[in-house]
Every structure is written in C-alpha cells, then in structure tokens.
Write a protein that binds this ligand. Structure first.
Ligand code: FAD
Length: 456
C-alpha cells in the first residue's frame, strides 16, 4: 500500500491545499504531519501572539481532518529529522511540501531532499500554495525577479492563476502512526500575549471570508485608509498561517467586478510581489535590499517611547498601542508608525521590524521586512526619500480624531481639531493631559534625514 506524507507548514487548511491534494492523489494512505520545529523556536519566531493563533489553527485543522476520517499527526523536534523519521516509520514513498520563500524554507527543502534521498524517498515541492502567483513565475527580461511593483502588477494581472481545489472528502491515515499530541500555546512559546487577539483556524478564516465578501469588500476602495472605519479585511493572519488560500481569495474577490474588489486584488498582488522579492533575495530579511549607506542613530530612549506609544504624536502612539493590544494594525497605521521610526527618528528599520515581528499575529518575514524596507527607502520604493508627516497623515486619515481617541484614553475628552494639535499645545495646557511632549521636532528631523541621506 502506497503511503505519502503531507507536511503542513504555512498552509494550515483542507480547502484549496495543493500539498494535501497531491499527497492524496499519490497514495492510498496519507500522513498529515505538522512538526513543531524547535529550530524555529530557538530563533525566536514563535512569539506568544502567533503561538496562540497557531495552536488554534492546528486544533481546527485536526478537527477538519477527523471529520474526513483522518487526523493531524504532530511531532516536536528538528523538522527534517522528524519528517524523515515519520516517512521511514510509515514506509512513505514521497513527502509533499509547499514551496517557501525564506532562507529558512530553502534550507529546510535542501535538507529534506538530501535526507529523504538517502532512503530513496522523494520530496515533492508545490509552488502555487503560499501565494497566488508562484515566486519566480514572472520575471522581467534578464532578471530573476521584479524590483518594482507597477510592472510586476501589470504582468501579475494577466497571469493564469490555477483553479481552486476542493477540500478532500476522505483522508485515510496509516494505522499506528504515533502523534505527540497537538501543541498548546504554552508549549510553543512563553510570555504574555496581547489582550485582544483574533481566533485562529480555517473555520474562522472561512467565516471571516464569507462576511468580508458579502458586503464590506465593495467599500474597500473608498475606506481602506480610513483609520477609524476599521474597513479592511483583517484576513492577514489567516493568509500568513495559510488558514485561507490566497488563490481562492483572489478568485472570489475577482468574481466581484467593482472598485472595492479591484483595489483589494491589488493588495493581494503586493503580497505576492514581496514574496517573489524575498524568494530571489532571501538576505533581504536582514540586509538592505538597496543600501543607502545609512548611519542610523542609536536612540534608546526614543525607541522605547516609540515602542510604548509615547512619542507625543497622537496618531503614531495610537497605532503602536493598537499593535500591543491586538497584535495587529491596519496598513495605513503600519506605514505611518514605520515612517516615524525610520525617517523621522532615523532609526534602523530592523529595530522597528523586530518590534512588529514580536507582536504581529500576521508577522511575516516577506511582508514585514520588505514593507519596512520599502518605508525606510532601502527597499523597492521608487521614491526612497519621502517622509510621511504624522500631522498631515492624522488630518487626512483620521479627520474626526476617532482613531486617536479610541487608543489614547488620556486624550478621549478632546475634540476632533484639538486632538491632532496636541503636539503644538503649550506646556501648561499639556500638563493637565498626562500625555508626553513630542520627542522630536518634525522640521529638524526632516532636515536631519535629508542631510544624512545627502538629498536636497
Ligand atoms: C511596516 C509594515 C509592516 C508590515 N508587516 C506585515 C506583516 O508582518 N504581515 C503581513 O501580512 N502584512 C504586513 N504588512 C502589510 C499590510 O499592512 C498588512 O498585510 C495589512 O495591513 C493586513 O490587514 P488586512 O488583512 O486587513 O489587509 P487588507 O487591506 O484587507 O488587504 C488584504 C491582504 O492583502 C495583503 N496586503 C495588503 N497590503 C499589503 C502590503 N503592503 N504588502 C503585502 N501584502 C499586503 C495582505 O495579505 C492583506 O491581508 C506590513 C506593512 C507595513 C507598512
């Protein structure tokens, strides 16, 4: 009887899962395997907020497999050693896995291929799983990836994306495969979590997807930058863990031909864009994609104020406090908080990216590091030296001050006009607010940035 292993990584779902489908097609019995990789844990990527979401997602995946006659087999240890061990125990002929884009994923693939080959087993890598358009499928002439979004998007739009795969009716697991038991949050990470986290798992992802498609999507074009409206999909953690397939999401959004859907589809292209950059340049996770020869400031006090949401700029502070409370923030808030650190304070983008990765439920090497680099001007932005002014951003994207008042209780009694003028208040008026004075003067900061970058 032929056996294969479906090794789950960032694809924790049964719907539209090319890895699971291929493993089922390939054999009569399949081992749906998840390895709690102690290698990842050592590098600190299993942070508490994501550990909670991961534990939910694994429990939900196990339930979906059980409903189909199977179960999730969990192991703890080195992912390559454990996978090879399971393959040997069950006599599996092949292991199926989704193609990843990070340095870690590339090394895992190489080690798995070598480890399995020794026993004449095969590794089958499925590329159209974690992104809608596989990294490397689109390239400009003579280059291995696109470095600019707009030409990438033009090609991406006409790419023939594969069809959506159904969830399997039945999954038959070989008898007697030992499972370590599903990991709980405590076994994945230690430390405190944000008080208001989303529920993980494919079931919740599909509920959120249905509700998003049934109405809010059509208003996305007008509202996605309105901070108080909270009008984005909040699907990012489900995409990060693969509880939701980007291919299915793309097909279902495209089925709605309206400006909201078009704008949303463009955001999904940004996700694929950053993944194809990281796949070609895995070092961009830690190193400048395009160095500007920065000599970043080491401003410990200012970094702490930024992390704590106490910079004295209400819109920036609101964004960072939402991050701590929810492990998530809308894209506009990420942009202005990141620009404040990297450009206004002129602090290394890696410091900010690390803080985001420590808290974001959707914290993702491709999206986080490359968006940070985009904002810092060391990445793919074609205007690397623009600076977002937090006061202008506040008036534009939180015109009634609702977002600021929601996250800064000490300013809740102020009206819409005053709340954004707080940085300009005199000392005596501010004294009654229990809110810090601005830690930096915006005009001097902009001049410092231009001087350090050598731009006029
Ligand atoms: C400094 C910074 C750090 C970021 N870090 C992350 C991260 O760690 N993980 C992450 O998933 N996204 C990250 N983003 C991208 C984006 O802000 C989030 O994906 C988005 O805000 C998530 O909310 P949503 O699901 O409601 O998005 P929506 O606005 O509903 O968009 C739908 C989906 O499109 C994708 N998307 C949207 N904007 C972007 C973008 N700029 N780049 C790539 N994909 C995008 C996401 O998968 C998102 O879920 C970051 C952006 C910035 C500026």
């Amino acid at each position: 009887m032929r056996v294969s292993v479906a090794l789950f990584t960032a694809d924790l779902r049964v719907h539209d899962n090319p890895v699971l489908q291929a493993a089922l097609r390939d054999a009569e019995r399949v081992v749906p395997l998840f390895v709690v990789d102690t290698g990842i844990r050592r590098t600190g990527f299993a942070v508490p907020n994501r550990a909670v979401f991961l534990a939910d997602s694994l429990a939900d995946l196990d339930a979906a497999l059980r409903a189909r006659g199977g179960r999730l087999v969990a192991r703890v240890g080195d992912v390559v050693e454990e996978t090879c061990r399971v393959a040997a125990e069950t006599g599996a002929a092949a292991v199926h896995i989704a193609g990843g884009v990070s340095h870690y994923a590339a090394r895992r693939e190489d080690r798995l291929r070598a480890g399995l080959a020794g026993d004449r087993r095969e590794l089958r890598v499925h590329d159209a799983s974690l992104t809608a358009v596989p990294p490397g499928a689109l390239t400009p002439a003579g280059k291995d990836h696109f470095a600019v979004f707009t030409p990438y998007f033009r090609r991406w739009e006409s790419f023939s994306v594969r069809g959506v795969l159904p969830a399997p009716d039945a999954v038959r697991v070989p008898d007697d495969v030992h499972s370590a038991g599903l990991p709980g949050t405590e076994s994945l990470a230690s430390g405190s979590t944000s008080p208001s986290l989303p529920v993980g798992g494919e079931s919740e992802a599909r509920r959120k997807l249905r509700s998003w498609l049934s109405g809010p999507l059509s208003a996305y074009d007008d509202q996605h930058d309105d901070l108080a409206a909270d009008a984005t999909s909040r699907l990012s953690p489900y995409l990060h863990f693969g509880c939701l397939s980007p291919t299915e999401l793309l097909h279902r959004a495209r089925a709605q031909d309206n400006p909201g859907a078009h704008a949303f589809v463009r955001q999904l292209a940004w996700r694929d864009f950053h993944h194809q950059v990281l796949a070609a340049r895995p070092d961009a996770a830690d190193h400048d994609y395009r160095s500007q020869h920065d000599r970043w400031r080491r401003a410990t006090k200012e970094i702490e104020a930024w992390q704590d949401g106490r910079t004295g700029y209400p819109i920036v502070d609101a964004a960072l406090r939402q991050l701590r409370h929810e492990g998530w923030m809308p894209g506009r808030a990420r942009l202005l908080a990141a620009s404040f650190l990297a450009k206004t304070l002129y602090v290394d983008w890696r410091v900010g990216a690390r803080h985001f990765l420590d808290l974001l439920v959707d914290g993702d090497v491709a999206n986080n590091q490359l968006n940070w680099q985009w904002v810092a001007g060391t990445g793919t932005d074609t205007r690397p030296n623009r600076i977002l002014n937090p006061l202008v951003q506040a008036r534009r994207f939180d015109p009634h001050g609702e977002y600021v008042r929601r996250w800064l209780p000490e300013l809740r009694h102020l009206d819409a006009t005053t709340v954004h003028r707080v940085p300009h208040l005199d000392e005596a008026t501010r004294a009654g607010l229990d809110y810090p004075a601005p830690i930096v003067n915006l005009a001097s900061a902009a001049a410092r940035f231009r001087e350090r970058r050598g731009v006029g």
